[in-house]
Design a protein around this ligand. Sequence first.
Ligand code: ADP
Ligand code: MG
Length: 568
Amino acid sequence: MSEERPEPATDRPRVRRLDDATIASVAAGEVITRPADVVVELLENALDAGATRIEVVVGGDGTDRIRVRDDGLGMDRRDAELAVERHTTSKLAADEPVAGGGTLGFRGEALASIATVATLELVTNDGGPRGTRVVAAGGPGADRVEAAGRGPGTTVTVRELFAGTPARRESLGTSQTEFARVSDSVSRYALVRPDVAITLTHDGTTVFSTPGTGDVADALLGVYDRQVASRTTSLDAAKRIESDAGEAGGELTIEGALVQPSITRARRDHVYVAVDGRPVRSAPLQRAVVDGYGDLIADDRAPIAVLSLSLPPSWADHNVHPRKRTVRLRSTADVADAVSGAVRDALSTADRRRAADLSMDLDDALEPAGEADSAFDDVRVLGQFRELYVLCEFDDELLVVDQHAAHERVNYERLRGAVSGTTPTARIDPPESVSLTPAQYAAVESYGEDLAALGYDLDPFGETTVRVRTVPAPMGRAAAPESVRDAVDALRHGDSPTDRRDALLKDLACHPSLKAGDELSDAAATTLVERLGACENPYACPHGRPTVLTIDEETLVRGFGRRSTRLD
Ligand code: ADP
Ligand code: MG
């Protein structure tokens, strides 16, 4: 332990202890609360070390064993020993503010925190003749330091996570849930760092693997599937942004890939955003991406997209969350605008046309809903405005009907009426294979019964693929086999099966609905409005947006300065 080696002749930054003032300015809090946190910290260290290949190996829920192996810079003996102490880092220069710009790590607490709740073994070599093994367990600081054989790079193995903190261990979810979190996290990094080959192995099976070509589409192929990867549009934009006061402006670059709008998801968690190389959860930025797709996708659907933002210096502060999962931006609104604009520009007219093709066949969608009376029985259709709205005369009111929202409501109520209790199903023959993300796949096991109750009969098939034998089919309108992805996502996010059934009906109601931009004959428009009037709640779409706005004649009378409603 005492043996001192000469400093290597490299200009690599050395590990040093942070001073008290810096330590005090770090966003403090518990850093390691579950296995995925360990994986993220080790992955970030490997990326900071300039690795080109990273292997993540997880056993069970991750508490037994997590191993991350990289081919990065490695450490010499002195640095390796220091690295497992609290507040030691090579990533923050003495005079640098704590904001986490250039590197993913900057607080020097991850390895020490892991060693506090687990047994950590680090084997590393910075290219010298021998490597070093450091073991730290039950607290920060090395318990053992010895020479070890290893080529350049670093392997960190974490065992017996939370063995000494039973409460922490008990607060974990099932093995599938914890592993799903791990695989979600690793996917995020794999997608925003397509230049690094990242492999995730679980209980001896390769869950996914990206090739490290630098192309996001290749990474999408690793994490998702061929269908998704083959329908991407790449995005590479640079925009100048100014802050409110005009000072500290600079260039924002946005790179990534947009999956074409013909493939969508029910939730925004397939919209991946990274700021300065770190995947962040930012609702405003995810929303900005969705906004950029505009009306290419239905309002309640979300795209799959991967965007990496690089901001001007001092625009992002990553030191606001103990686990660095969120970021504070100087002006979120300006960045969000730039993102929406870049996404909009990147989606070509070809994408727009393709989306329009998806809108459905009218006759099929307008089957009679029943004999119920319509609230809009004597409505007279005047015409269509911008292929979005149907204008109608109704008593002394002018109705403006949002045709898409109206159609959703009509379909939804018909479907809901048809499904009481059990969901009718339709057989898919031959069964269709649907590839899932590893996290979704893990959830299929946990939620098998709920999925069956919803009408999905599934068989595992290959690594992360299921074969779909039956799908829910209320009123003979069969859900697409791929809808199992949304169902699984919803259940994973805590929706009850009843919520999910209702959401599924809303989705089924929505998918075939008239898209904005569909031309309607007056006869079809009349049928639509009458059907809407027959609904239990004609005035809102299933997602709660209004279907009809009314302008009464009084408004026009006043607006035009007429004295009465009579023509004179
Ligand atoms: P931080 O990443 O915030 O600096 P960590 O506790 O995660 O803090 O790591 C401490 C130091 O150990 C790092 O600054 C880095 O110098 C070194 N280190 C950790 N992991 C690796 C690795 N995989 N390869 C090379 N150096 C590493
Ligand atoms: Mg770190």
